[in-house]
Design a protein around this ligand. Structure first.
Ligand code: ADP
Length: 569
């Protein structure tokens, strides 16, 4: 509450000079409306005038009354001044009663408003609109004012300057040389600007230096997520304990059950069909004919060695695999694909592509590069090109689940599972016009592993493309299950993989960092674990659906902790 009051005045004052100051009516829109707001003079002046009028009228009438009694004059004989005094007394009485009386009654009736304020303070109720939101938010994101030559010494002074827009908060890390202190100051400025206490968002317990210039700008805290373990996942003869960061009840438990079914059936096997990250710049040429000439040059086998030499210059690990072009009128989309070692590879492939574009400019000076990314790549968007051609790692993972395991662990039978998969994952998805979505919930497992291991969670879009196939084998007794995932985009170096928690999860899987003997094998192994986890997840969810258990298990695991302990007991 105190902070909010401060913002109503101090914050508003800071904004008053800004060009986009809201009108006064808007600025007080969140404040309680008082009767006095309607008066032409400030309320304290009106109060003073009416109080004085009341006292003067009363004193005059009392004095006149005493004189009349002494001189035996009848009390009802009133002159003009007495009439004016009576009028003044009545008017001031009405005024004082209506203002002080109403305010008094209001204070009793609206004591519940204080509770609301208390809730606002604790971040539970809706926030009162804070007056200066637009201009001060700019101060947080980056004020147009240049940072002063010399930073103030005290944190309090720096916070005030950030709030006032005198210091852009993005300079704090570099100017203070202390990332934790910078995050703390920015957080306090945010608190004052918004009035939100953000108490549940922790500040301490995180290494802010580890994200500087790499993972997140303008930090004010970090979000906590639980990590559950599914496993062991028996995959290609190795046991993996799969870390999954999620807040969806049932997900880890279900994947764990799938892992159990796989392990009790002898394990799963996987194969990486392709490993290459893509980037597709778009360039406009004077004519479609000229664009076709560039396409022929890029796709001509005779030019591959030259292009690779140019492309590979910027990295020890990025190696050009090929270029695939598409045209739209005179625009040419050039989809470069390259191996990227243990990195997910977006930076690497982009640098290589830039080298080639610079090189091409000599022979194709009329080439106008519109963008280094022309969306034919295609990154973080559902696109058929990834589904058909692949992006990142293309993986197939399979297992034969024994009849008795289907019965005992999955509580269903082979025939029901096969039928369900056909009708739901294949036909149902076809009916829905799915693009790479021929599965039950691949994205659930992909995203949970991605978050736990520091992958780019936005790439779950194409990384979750998956077709799940189920067939009866061994005279219809056992179940063959496979997941085919053409575009799993993962890395074990770079990005979020180097952060402490995420690196610990990669370490648990034995794929932390770069593989020195065989660059790329850590990332490929991680991709197979993702596919193995998806295999387990598909097996378990399909079984739950086939056995009609889904709602029951969600009721059990999505309940509050109270209900959970009941369920556990
Ligand atoms: P991305 O291309 O996925 O965005 P980065 O460029 O952030 O990844 O990180 C890759 C960095 O890691 C590069 O500088 C690269 O030279 C280095 N690196 C070290 N070892 C390896 C390895 N085994 N595979 C790939 N990159 C590696």
């Amino acid at each position: 509450m105190e902070v909010r009051r401060m913002m109503g005045h101090g914050g508003g004052g800071a904004v008053a000079a800004g060009p986009r100051q809201p009108p006064p009516a808007a600025r007080v829109s969140g404040a309680r409306v008082q009767a006095g707001d309607a008066l032409p003079l400030p309320i304290r002046h009106t109060n003073l005038i009416f109080s004085a009028l009341f006292a003067a009228s009363l004193a005059y009438l009392m004095r006149r009354w005493r004189e009349k009694i002494r001189s035996s004059t009848p009390l009802h004989a009133v002159g003009l001044t007495e009439m004016l005094a009576i009028f003044g007394l009545v008017a001031s009485l009405i005024y004082l009663l209506s203002f002080f009386g109403i305010a008094f009654v209001q204070s009793i009736v609206s004591s519940s408003d204080e509770d609301e304020d208390f809730l606002v303070g604790s971040g539970v109720a809706q926030r009162e609109p804070s007056a200066p939101s637009a201009p001060v938010q700019c101060a947080l994101l980056g004020s147009s004012a240049a940072a002063p030559e010399k930073m103030p010494e005290e944190d309090e002074e720096i916070v005030a300057s950030v709030v006032a827009g005198k210091i852009p908060s993005y300079v704090l890390e570099t100017r203070l040389g202390d990332c934790r202190r910078a995050a703390g100051i920015r957080r306090e400025a945010l608190r004052r600007i918004t009035g939100s206490q953000i108490e549940g968002l922790p500040l301490d317990g995180f290494d802010y230096a580890s994200i500087l210039g790499q993972c997140c700008e303008l930090p004010v805290g970090y979000v906590q997520l639980p990590v559950g373990i599914a496993g062991p996942l028996l995959l290609d003869g190795q046991r993996f304990y799969v870390p999954m960061a999620t807040t969806e009840g049932c997900l880890v438990a279900s994947t764990n059950r799938g892992c159990k079914a796989i392990a009790e059936s002898g394990g799963a096997t996987s194969i990486v069909l392709r490993d290459g990250m893509t980037r597709a710049p778009v360039a406009r040429l004077p004519s479609a004919r000229r664009a076709a000439e560039l396409k022929a040059f890029l796709e001509g086998p005779a030019n591959f060695d030259t292009l690779s030499m140019v492309f590979n210059r910027s990295s020890r690990f990025g190696r050009l695999q090929g270029v695939q072009c598409a045209m739209a009128g005179r625009n040419l989309y050039m989809r470069f694909s390259c191996s990227t070692g243990d990195a997910m590879g977006m930076n690497m492939v982009s640098k290589g592509v830039q080298n080639v574009l610079d090189f091409l400019q000599d022979d194709f000076p009329d080439m106008d590069v519109i963008s280094i990314s022309g969306n034919f790549c295609s990154d973080k968007k559902p696109a058929a090109v990834n589904w058909i051609e692949g992006r990142g790692k293309s993986v197939v993972c399979e297992a034969v689940i024994k009849e008795e395991v289907v019965k005992k662990v999955l509580k269903t039978n082979v025939q029901s599972l096969v039928e369900l998969n056909t009708i739901k994952n294949l036909v149902g998805s076809a009916i829905a016009g799915a693009l790479g979505g021929f599965n039950a919930h691949a994205s659930n497992i992909v995203t949970a592993i991605f978050i736990a291991t520091g992958q780019d969670p936005a790439q779950n879009v194409e990384s979750s493309h998956c077709i799940t196939m189920l067939e009866p084998v061994n005279d219809g007794k056992d179940l063959h299950i496979s997941v085919t995932m053409p575009s799993i985009e993962v890395g074990t170096v770079g990005g979020g993989t180097q952060l402490a928690s995420q690196a610990a999860c990669l370490d648990l899987l034995g794929v932390k960092g770069a593989n020195r003997e065989s660059p790329g094998s850590n990332a490929r192994l991680l991709a197979t674990v993702v596919a193995g986890g998806v295999l387990a997840g598909e097996l378990s969810l399909l079984s739950a659906l086939a056995a009609g258990q889904l709602v029951k298990s969600h009721m059990k695991y999505n309940r509050s902790s109270k209900d959970m302990s009941k369920a556990a007991s």
